[in-house]
Unconditional design. Structure first.
Length: 147
């Protein structure tokens, strides 16, 4: 008589091995609290986005819009998986849901980037704005300014 395969002889071991092989838990996430300073007025709203390198300076999947508060506005962006990101914010004073631009494409509303990456009239680089986010809640601070 032929011997039964190992998986049939040890059903509990089989279940354990199969469940481990197909364990698809979502990655752990944690919020990023963004403290935006130098908000010039309480008009409109402040949009904050947390971007991967691929999304940087394009629409980002993680973001929130909060009412503007003159001086400092705080936004909590929930559910950010561990990784390398850059944060950006703009003061949407007219609350039209976008960063308004002039005829040559420069923002007409105040903007800011993590690590103070906005310098002069040059688009910031992801590497200058990048920060590492782990499995714990994190707080970053940066200022808005005219572009």
């Amino acid at each position: 008589m032929a011997e039964a395969p190992v998986l049939l002889r040890f059903p509990l071991l089989s279940l354990l091995l199969l469940s481990e092989a197909h364990d698809e838990r979502p990655p752990s996430t944690a919020p990023v609290t963004v403290v935006v300073t130098q908000v010039r007025s309480s008009e409109g709203q402040v949009r904050v986005e947390i971007c991967t390198e691929r999304e940087f300076l394009r629409p980002c999947r993680y973001g929130v819009t909060v009412p503007a508060r003159a001086g400092t506005t705080i936004a909590v962006v929930p559910g950010i998986p561990a990784g390398r990101y850059a944060a950006l914010a703009y003061h949407d004073r007219n609350a039209n849901g976008k960063a308004d631009r002039n005829l040559i494409g420069l923002p007409t509303e105040d903007v800011g980037f993590s690590n103070g990456a906005l310098k002069g009239l040059v688009k910031p680089k992801f590497s200058d704005a990048a920060f590492d986010h782990g499995a714990a809640a994190q707080r970053i601070t940066f200022a808005l300014r005219k572009f």
